[in-house]
Design a protein around this ligand. Structure first.
Ligand code: HEM
Length: 292
């Protein structure tokens, strides 16, 4: 594993050394991030799930995301582990049944033949289709669980140990959005999703494309970007003409995004995503506990 400076390497080593105590003392023993066991297990039943290369790559992301400041990194790792224990994003991804109106606007595609780094795994949000479905934003918690489920399933398309495929691309398609106002409920819902991504998913976004944004709705971008931190904002690209997306994602569908693939987005969509072995173990355990 490469580091820019010996100081960064030393911070990483210190985090790795002290993480098991943090997990036990501050996170109620919860040791999973993005489907991976993050510290070695002394329990023979679960020891096999520890994949050091993946665990270290994830820990390194937290170090990078929080600029190798030891105390800040540890604080965020504790907060992520506590949030995951409580929110249960694995359940949102692999167990729960979400509102079909939401499910049909979220897609996942994978372009293994892509040469440019970190443009292989893409999550799509066809949010223009939700323009008139204001009721979905009333139940912000359900929207959030659906969206986090999509994110977690998208993460399965990454390989944390491969520097050319350890960040996701996200696309928001606002095609069909017309004469539209952002009311308080929607604003709150969007804000809470943005907050969760910023707090609990650091160093995972390669780029975010907003396509088919009508020029008269450019103000929405100015409103929403205020909720987003500077480093994330730098990764945003707004394309009024959605066909230009093909320049950034050459393997995406020709119609309506200008890529090279004659298949539609629905045909490219990977509907079936398997949880990681450790996630499966945890989910099965939860099912047994629920039954008991
Ligand atoms: C974020 C929905 C219109 C720009 C979001 C999010 C949702 C959402 C649910 C939360 C983040 C996520 O899911 O990834 C909608 C809907 C719209 C709409 C339903 C109208 C039909 C617009 C427009 C723009 C825009 C017209 C202008 C470019 C943004 C930005 C973010 C965002 C900049 C922050 C993304 C991030 O932090 O990752 N939107 N949106 N939205 N939206 Fe929209």
């Amino acid at each position: 594993m490469k580091f820019d400076t010996p100081e960064d390497k030393a911070v990483f080593a210190k985090v790795v050394k002290n993480l098991p105590a943090l997990v036990q003392e501050k996170c109620g023993g919860y040791d999973e991030i993005y489907g991976y066991m993050i510290v070695p297990s002394s329990d023979p039943e679960t020891a096999e799930y520890y994949d050091e290369a993946a665990a270290h790559a994830i820990i390194r992301k937290f170090c990078k995301g929080y600029k190798f400041q030891y105390a800040v990194v540890m604080e965020h790792l504790a907060s992520v582990l506590k949030w995951r224990k409580e929110f249960n994003p694995l359940s949102a991804a692999f167990r729960e049944v979400h509102n079909p109106e939401l499910v049909q606007v979220g897609m996942l595609t994978h372009y293994p033949e892509e040469k440019e780094a970190n443009k292989k795994a893409v999550t799509w949000n066809i949010y223009g289709q939700l323009m008139k479905k204001k009721h979905l934003f009333k139940e912000a918690d359900k929207f959030l669980r659906y969206r986090i489920g999509l994110m977690e399933r998208g993460l399965r398309l990454l390989d944390f140990t491969d520097a050319s495929n350890d960040y996701l691309v996200q696309v928001h398609d606002y095609k069909g959005t017309s004469m539209w106002r952002m009311d308080g409920e929607m604003k709150r819902c969007v804000k809470s999703i943005i907050h969760v991504f910023q707090e609990y998913y650091p160093e995972l976004l390669a780029a975010k494309y907003f396509v088919y944004v009508p020029t008269f709705l450019s103000w929405v971008y100015d409103v929403i970007k205020q909720f987003v931190d500077e480093s994330t904002r730098k990764k945003f690209v707004v394309l009024n003409d959605g066909k230009k997306l093909g320049k950034y994602l050459p393997h995406c569908p020709k119609s309506p995004y200008g890529g090279s693939d004659s298949k539609s987005l629905a045909e490219e969509n990977i509907a079936e995503i398997r949880p990681s072995p450790y996630a499966l173990y945890l989910l099965e355990k939860q099912i047994v506990e629920d039954v008991d």
